[in-house]
Design a protein around this ligand. Structure first.
Ligand SMILES: [Zn+2]
Length: 319
């Protein structure tokens, strides 16, 4: 998959982290933006190599003016790219409010057997066999959010998932991995759907592709970037879906290193919903995901899929 869009994300969970795409994907413009960001933050920002991160300590983050579209602490699914060429995303309206909803599952309340829902996004690109093989070999259930685009290019991985219906719940990640926001806005440099009709097409197109691939009708939707505006949430709910937030950002859009990814996911507690990615086999993060799954299993974790347990999401995503 050719990714021609410029992409970077700012994360404020542990520190402000500027993540850079492979160097061939950013040009002078993004470098200029980073330099400007550095100046704004009054702190040095070291430029990271592809797939690595540059970090600014949180004390600096406090000096940041609140952006209109917050690069929120979650930034769960920066793993994204525009559908085609470098298309300038429109400027967002000043009143735009985006949310990145949380989701948790009912706790087991059994000491030593924390209940954790592993969720993986298959945005586009390929299948990460490091993760898929561990899930199958260890018989660990998970919920996979697939796009129509990913399905089209990964029939073998899909067959593995369909052949293990006791393990894999497949849910809707949209048709073209376009953020499900019904007003024109740029998120991580990706243009949103931009209208209610485009949101509908993104959601319905994802579901149609799933049914055509032999997957049962999806009940959950998670949009590209995991961000929405409230009216899009209401629209998607009216289409019959629950909307899947998360409570642990496992891999920072698949752009974190292996060790920090392993640490984040391994720290999941009773009732957590972990988001990470299963579509980036060349990224270091996937190695950390695979290790963390084994860590959690060794700790007696009770793995669940979203369809198997009670849940609660905020921002009216599940009520
Ligand atoms: Zn995605």
């Amino acid at each position: 998959m050719r990714r021609t869009g410029r992409k970077f994300a700012v994360e404020a969970a542990d520190a402000i982290t500027i993540r850079l795409p492979p160097s061939e994907l950013y040009g002078p413009a993004i470098m200029k933006n980073l330099v400007l960001a550095s100046a704004l933050l009054l702190a040095p920002v070291s430029m990271a190599a592809a797939g690595q991160t540059a970090t600014i300590q949180p004390v600096v983050a406090a000096t940041m003016p609140a952006p209109v579209v917050a690069p929120s602490s979650g930034s769960g699914t920066a793993n994204a790219a525009p559908k085609s060429g470098p298309k300038a995303a429109p400027k967002q309206a000043p009143s735009m409010k985006l949310v990145e909803p949380h989701l948790r599952v009912a706790r087991s309340d059994i000491k030593g057997h924390a209940r954790v829902a592993l969720t993986f996004d298959a945005c586009m690109g390929k299948a990460d066999e490091r993760i898929l093989s561990v899930l199958v070999a260890e018989r660990i259930p998970a919920t996979i959010f697939v796009t129509a685009r990913w399905l089209k290019h990964n029939p073998q991985a899909l067959q593995v998932m369909l052949a293990n219906p006791d393990l894999f719940e497949l849910e809707n990640h949209g048709q073209n991995h376009i953020p499900a926001v019904d007003k024109p806005v740029s998120i991580y440099g990706i243009a949103s759907a931009g209208s209610p009709e485009a949101v509908r097409l993104e959601v319905q197109g994802g579901a149609d592709a799933m049914l055509a691939s032999g997957i049962p009708a999806p009940r959950w939707f998670r949009g590209s970037t995991a961000k929405y505006d409230l009216s899009a949430i209401a629209q998607i709910r009216a289409m019959g879906y629950r909307i899947a937030g998360y409570s642990v950002n496992g891999d920072g859009g698949s752009l974190l290193g292996a060790a920090i990814t392993e640490k984040r996911i391994s720290s999941a507690r009773d009732g957590d919903v972990v988001i990470s990615h299963i579509n980036q086999p060349t990224h270091a993060a996937g190695e950390g995901v695979a290790k963390a799954i084994l860590d959690l299993k060794a700790r007696g974790t009770q793995f669940v899929r979203l369809q198997d347990v009670e849940d609660s999401g905020d921002d009216d995503t599940t009520e």
